[in-house]
Design a protein around this ligand. Sequence first.
Ligand code: UDP
Ligand code: MG
Length: 318
Amino acid sequence: MMRKGVLKIVVPCYNEEEVLHETNKRLLEVITTMEQSGKIVSGGVVYVDDGSRDKTWQIIDELSKADPHVAGIKLAHNAGHQNALFAGLTLASECCDMAVSIDADLQDDTNAIFEMVDKYNDGAEVVYGVRRERTTDTWFKRNTALGFYKMMNKMGTDVKYNHADFRLMGSAALKALVAMPERNLFLRGMVRTLGFQEADVYYDRSERFAGESKYPLTKMLNFAVDGITSFSVKPLRLILTFGVFFLVMAILAIGYGLYSYFIIGGTIRGWTSLLVSLWFIGGSLMIAVGIVGEYVGKIYKEVKRRPLYVIERTENLK
Ligand code: UDP
Ligand code: MG
């Protein structure tokens, strides 16, 4: 089967004034090359300004006026990477046959898009960009990311190792994705559950072209917790296991206590162990309540049905 169509490249941008011109240049190069070679019918870039405080929107506005290939969506406030991307994909899904999502900072190899489109033309509906190695990331980022994947999979969330949010989706997959009603987005996990024909494209990840990471450690940790609790109830099950374990320990301890009281005698010595176990149990209870609270918080957010993002204006979107 050979198919071909209209491509939109969706780029979430938060304070990216330093990279936007270069990003736009490279993406337009990719698009015009493919238009000329007939790999796609036509292409365009959709920038989503995620409530930036710098000149990001001004630049998007200028770029969209200079070139009809460029469109912009301005969100009214910083909705976060996942929500901004979701906004872009939702609007793009109405005017394209396939959409590629990519970060603004050029860490992902724009040339991999050629191969993604090839795979789409050959029939794949979801094409994952998978990075070969994380040699350019710092030691810290590399290892925390690895730990993140391992933990996610252990906790029951199916994530693809070394794939972030650089991927191509055909319109069927896109429509299925944007129809998902949930509020706590973890897109890379959600896409995995769709079940369309999938393919991988490998690429080398480079340094951020300019500017600083918009994902500081706190945001990354939040993302990891969201990823796990949005997809799996395993942590809840884990609490139960711990609870049973502690109960068994407690029964043993009671047996031991009675034994030493009645048979051995003179038991003032137990004070230290008592104090320690008290703290221990208090701590584990608090963790347990915290995990439950995490899920209750999620339910609260889902029940509120607040919009994921608020669009202030759009430019050139058709
Ligand atoms: N981003 C966003 N909203 C945010 C944070 C980040 O739209 O609140 C965008 C950002 O502009 C970039 C992408 O998400 O295009 C990934 O962010 P970044 O490259 O800073 O993350 P890192 O690669 O360091 O994990
Ligand atoms: Mg980055």
